[in-house]
Design a protein around this ligand. Structure first.
Ligand code: NDP
Length: 289
């Protein structure tokens, strides 16, 4: 068997076109364009690269992106002051803070201070709670939202199927498990204390990995014909590798997201979607930049 590739790169390109049209429509209606602010503390090269990617991609669809870099030794008060300024700025509809923060800055500072209406990364407890309660008002973390969009656009139904989520982080595994549950999948969540991972993953109709360990999912852990969604981003000998042994998965599974070119490009697009959603909500609340 050779699995069908779930082509996140192509899908992301299609969606960027759709978003650009939406932004144009939004501008026609309101006279301003949605904007995101990206906050970075310190100048970690990987983080700086990601911020540049965001700026470029937002620019390409006609949205604003402002970058705010604080020195690595910035104080909690400095970061709090910046967040308060961005919360109050009507031209900023979404705010993301690059993680991890330097050790002396607790990440709870961000979740405590960030306006939930501008939380386009979906990290605020209010958005997490709304997601748990299946409220349409939730801003959902971009990576799992992208995984769900891939499933939806390829017409892969979850209702009544067994989904196995490997990983339970607040930004990927846990929200993805909830999103699949909301689509009526029967969901099993595995993590580092799951004793026999393969025994669980072999039961999956939909197998999702968000672990951060290259090729932790081997071919023999995949049920024949399963849908495999790989969120893993690992660098192995200078090249990107997922959490799934893609080559082996292609022999067994029915559908596979490749790395690179699967879930990764969708994260960026869903961040745009979230920013557009946040801007639309703010526009209806008499928000005028
Ligand atoms: P975290 O490190 O926060 O979470 C990893 C999860 O994997 C934890 O729940 C952990 O369990 C679990 N885990 C660790 N080892 C094992 C094991 N041996 N067996 C089963 N489960 C295990 O990572 P993230 O969720 O932030 O990221 C996961 C991956 O997704 C990374 O490769 C990251 O780079 C990538 N990523 C990709 C994005 C994209 O756009 N595609 C965006 C964000 C992340 P426990 O809770 O018990 O510790």
């Amino acid at each position: 068997m050779t699995a069908q590739i779930l082509d996140g790169r192509a899908l992301a390109k299609t969606m960027r076109g759709e978003i650009a049209q939406e932004v144009e429509r939004f501008h026609g209606e309101h006279g301003w364009v949605p904007g995101i602010a990206v906050v970075q503390v310190g100048e970690d090269p990987a983080s700086s690269w990601y911020v540049k990617q965001i700026a470029r991609s937002f620019g390409a669809v006609g949205m604003r992106c402002t970058q705010h870099t604080l020195p690595a030794d910035a104080s909690a008060d400095d970061l709090a002051a910046l967040l308060r300024t961005l919360n109050a700025d009507p031209r900023t509809n979404g705010v993301i803070v690059q993680m991890p923060l330097p050790d002396h800055l607790p990440s709870t500072l961000v979740t405590d201070l960030l306006d939930p209406a501008k939380d386009v990364d979906g990290i605020h407890p209010l958005n997490a709670g709304r997601l748990m309660q299946q409220s349409g008002e939730a801003l959902v973390p971009a990576t799992p939202a992208g995984g769900m969009e891939i499933l939806a656009r390829y017409g892969i139904a979850l209702r009544g199927r067994h989904a196995v989520m490997v990983g339970r982080s607040n930004i990927v595994g846990r929200p993805m498990a909830l999103l699949m549950l909301h689509q009526h999948a029967t969901v099993t969540i595995c993590h580092s204390r799951t004793p026999d991972l393969g025994a669980m993953t072999r039961q999956a109709d939909i197998l999702v990995a968000a672990v951060g360990r290259p090729k932790i999912i081997t071919g023999d852990m995949i049920r024949p014909g399963a849908v495999v969604i790989d969120f893993g981003v690992n660098v192995v000998e200078g090249a990107l590798a997922g959490d799934v042994d893609t080559e082996a998965a292609m022999e067994v599974a029915g559908y596979v997201t490749p790395v690179p070119g699967g879930t990764g490009p969708m994260t960026n697009v869903m961040l745009m979607e979230n920013t557009l959603t946040a801007a639309k909500r703010q526009a209806t609340q008499a928000h005028t930049p």
